[in-house]
Design a protein around this ligand. Structure first.
Ligand SMILES: [Zn+2]
Ligand SMILES: [Zn+2]
Length: 136
């Protein structure tokens, strides 16, 4: 199943119609991988700002997109159904968000840690901050 099919199914399952603004927001995130809210608004030039915000809220509830915290701000990217699970490192100097490679050993380790407290881990986000290659 490609990304467009996953997207359409997620809407259908929740009885939400596929409108032009919704497709535009999805396309922008698919092409850019990760966007700030302001970048998303300007990437969807045919959609008014209020619709972009509304669509973002809807998509977040459906898990189509997720917020990646970067300090006190956040970036938006497509949810885990659309790509492999991975973590991000944010550069504290220029704000770049670097996708780290997937690491099954780390994932197992987290499950393990949670399990030791009888906690069932369903999802997690790890916030990593530092300096990117350019800013070092
Ligand atoms: Zn940097
Ligand atoms: Zn992880």
């Amino acid at each position: 199943m490609n990304s467009q099919n996953i997207f359409e199914n997620a809407l259908k399952q929740n009885h939400i119609s596929l409108t032009k603004p919704r497709q535009a927001v999805f396309d922008a995130l698919q092409h850019h991988k990760s966007l700030s809210m302001a970048e998303l608004v300007s990437a969807c030039s045919d959609v008014d700002r209020a619709s972009v915000y509304r669509t973002t809220d809807t998509f977040e509830k459906l898990g189509i997109i997720m917020r990646i915290p970067t300090g006190w701000k956040y970036r938006l990217e497509l949810g885990e159904a659309f790509h492999e699970h991975h973590h991000h490192a944010t550069c504290s100097s220029c704000g770049a968000s670097i996708a780290l490679p997937e690491d099954p050993a780390l994932e197992r380790r987290l499950q393990d840690l949670a399990h030791r407290r009888n906690f069932t881990l369903t999802s997690h986000q790890i916030e990593l901050t530092g300096l990117c290659e350019t800013c070092q």
